[in-house]
Design a protein around this ligand. Structure first.
Ligand code: ZN
Length: 380
């Protein structure tokens, strides 16, 4: 079930809203509903505020996305959740400078919006508020155009500052990693940045509990786990970049011929547990039949069809020299589950997303073993 609704498309990027996002609109209505007793104006004002806030969040994500597109990284979509927005890039930038600029672009949008609102509202009024003039703060509780502008300005300053906290998965964490990566390389930079992020998260968590600010404590938990995840992802990237796809396909896979029937594939599935089958003619790949293709056919067709009638002919091709990491990124970019590995024009074999997942687990284990052995050697 897909809980995201597409509401717009900008620069070829789908802008989607998660269904729980509507809770935020209701929250806005509740928060402001009491400011105008007996009239719906307050509630309406609250809803408008939330919509404008999330317009700013979308602009922030568009900031990241447009810079990413500029560096040749396709953006799948932008999703708006109650906690904020996410721009889904199809791959990580290769160069630290690109990551730096992509990460900086989001908060920069909020800074620009803040400056524009500061100028529009005359600049001085908000300085009085920051100075703690009570009357003005009270005035801010009433729905009006100036309340709206000042509230949005405060929100944008907060978004700017919050996102610059140097901890994953916030933009500040990516900025920190990019700066470190210029010196240390990607894998070490990520390790150092995640540790710094986790230390900051622990600090924020202690501060949150000590001051009774549980939202802050919750954010700290979210940052703590985000930092850990980023470290795991970076490790996977490093591990997968050491292995060629040409060394990773199953050389003993059972292949099918054009004239084979679906019942034969059922036999193979039951005896070999192989999930995907290539249909070949000599050294040429004609198409791929997967376990789910077979199950679907069994459910809908009482007759025994030829595999050529149900196979998928549109299979993503990759060169044997590509690394597992490159292939994984390509698969995510094209939303492909299976690739066909080629050496020039010769078909070699199939590799699926699950195969890569499994290879990653094994490679990570081997690397860990190597590290342990090296440490044992060093201490003896
Ligand atoms: Zn951002």
């Amino acid at each position: 079930m897909n809980w995201n609704f597409r509401i717009a498309q900008i620069a070829g990027i789908d802008i989607k809203v998660h269904v729980t996002f509507f809770l935020i609109l209701i929250l806005g209505a509740f928060q402001w509903g009491g400011s105008t007793p007996g009239s719906p104006n307050g509630a309406l004002f609250g809803v408008v505020l939330m919509i404008l806030l999330f317009t700013c969040v979308t602009l922030h994500e568009l900031g990241h996305s447009l810079v990413a597109q500029h560096f040749g990284i396709p953006v799948k979509e932008i999703t708006l959740l109650p906690l904020g927005g996410v721009a889904v890039l199809t791959k990580n930038p290769d160069k630290p400078l690109h990551e730096l600029l992509i990460a900086v672009a989001g908060p920069l949008v909020n800074l620009v919006i803040t400056i524009i609102l500061f100028v529009v509202t005359g600049g001085t009024a908000q300085l009085n508020i920051l100075g703690g003039r009570g009357e003005l703060l009270n005035a801010l509780n009433q729905p009006s155009l100036s309340t709206l502008l000042l509230w949005l300005m405060t929100a944008n300053i907060s978004l700017f500052l919050f996102n610059l906290i140097p901890a994953f998965p916030l933009d500040g964490g990516r900025i920190l990693r990019a700066l470190l990566a210029m010196r240390l390389g990607y894998a070490r930079a990520t390790r150092v940045a995640s540790v710094i992020g986790q230390i900051i998260a622990i600090g924020l968590g202690i501060l949150g509990f000590a001051t009774g600010n549980f939202i802050l404590a919750l954010i700290a938990v979210f940052i703590f786990f985000g930092a850990g995840q980023e470290s795991v992802a970076a490790q996977a990237k490093t591990v997968l970049s050491t292995q060629r796809i040409g060394d990773s396909y199953n050389k003993h896979a059972i292949t099918l011929q054009n004239g084979d029937r679906v019942s034969k594939v059922v036999d193979y599935i039951l005896t070999s547990y192989q999930p995907d089958f290539a249909v070949v003619f000599g050294t040429q790949l004609l198409g791929v039949v997967t376990r789910s293709d077979v199950l679907r056919t069994l459910a809908t067709h009482p007759t025994d069809l030829y595999v050529s009638e149900i196979m998928n002919r549109d299979v993503l091709k990759v060169e044997a020299a590509k690394t597992l990491d490159e292939v994984r990124e390509l698969m995510s970019e094209r939303t492909a589950r299976i690739v066909a590995v080629y050496n020039g024009t010769t078909y070699l074999g199939l590799v699926s997303a699950e195969d890569i997942q499994e290879a990653m687990a094994v490679l990570a284990f081997l690397q860990q073993q190597k590290r342990i052995q090296a440490a044992a050697k060093a201490s003896s």
